[in-house]
Write a protein of this length. Structure first.
Length: 203
């Protein structure tokens, strides 16, 4: 049982006890489209609020006849057309970089399921605008990989520092976070989802 395994960590056991269980997420189709769309949405959402990202992504999708940005149609859009949805020039270029990748590389789950987590990171990060954190979110919330530890996620870092009373900084902190999370294997994704849900008591 994943929760029984994670509860062997007494700090995490307390977090699990006081936090609402994360909702299950499942990939809703096995084709190319879901992963492709998730990559586009992740780029739109970078460095802006969830509310703003949702609004911009909705306007972006409305630029296309069936609200789906097929790669060839996305590549045909001009900078001004993409800007009209509220996208910056840089994000517009990043979105078209995803489209270029999708035209010549597989994004279907039949293919991705045959790759390890790290192989998927290396496969997707050559896309402009797609970094390790973006792929790790894809692994966790779209591909449902069970053992992802997104150590670069600011909220995960802050929550672990608070929960475990850590004083380290920089590389020493990263090393310590990995050491704490190592016993959570093979359920680190679930542990992180509880950390995201956890609301520390302010004293």
């Amino acid at each position: 049982m994943p929760l029984l395994h994670l509860s062997q960590d007494p700090v995490l056991k307390e977090i699990i006890a006081v936090s609402p269980p994360p909702q299950s997420t499942f990939l809703d189709d096995g084709g190319q489209g879901r992963v492709y769309l998730a990559l586009l949405e992740s780029i739109v959402s970078q460095q802006i609020s969830v509310k703003a990202a949702d609004a911009i992504f909705a306007r972006f999708r409305s630029l296309f006849p069936d609200r789906y940005p097929h790669p060839e149609l996305l590549l045909a859009k001009t900078p001004d057309e993409l800007r009209s949805a509220g996208l910056s020039g840089q994000k517009s270029r990043y979105l078209q970089s995803v489209a270029e990748f999708a035209l010549t590389n597989r994004l279907d789950t039949d293919y991705l399921d045959g790759l390890t987590d790290e192989e998927i990171v290396q496969y997707l990060t050559p896309i402009k605008g797609v970094g390790r954190w973006t792929v790790e979110m894809l692994l966790m919330f779209v591909l449902n990989r069970p053992d992802v530890f997104p150590v670069d996620d600011l909220v995960i870092r802050q929550k672990m520092v608070r929960a475990y009373g850590l004083a380290e900084t920089g590389r020493a902190l990263i090393k310590r976070l990995h050491e704490i999370a190592e016993p959570w294997r093979p359920h680190r994704s679930l542990a992180c989802r509880y950390l995201w849900k956890w609301k520390p008591v302010v004293r």
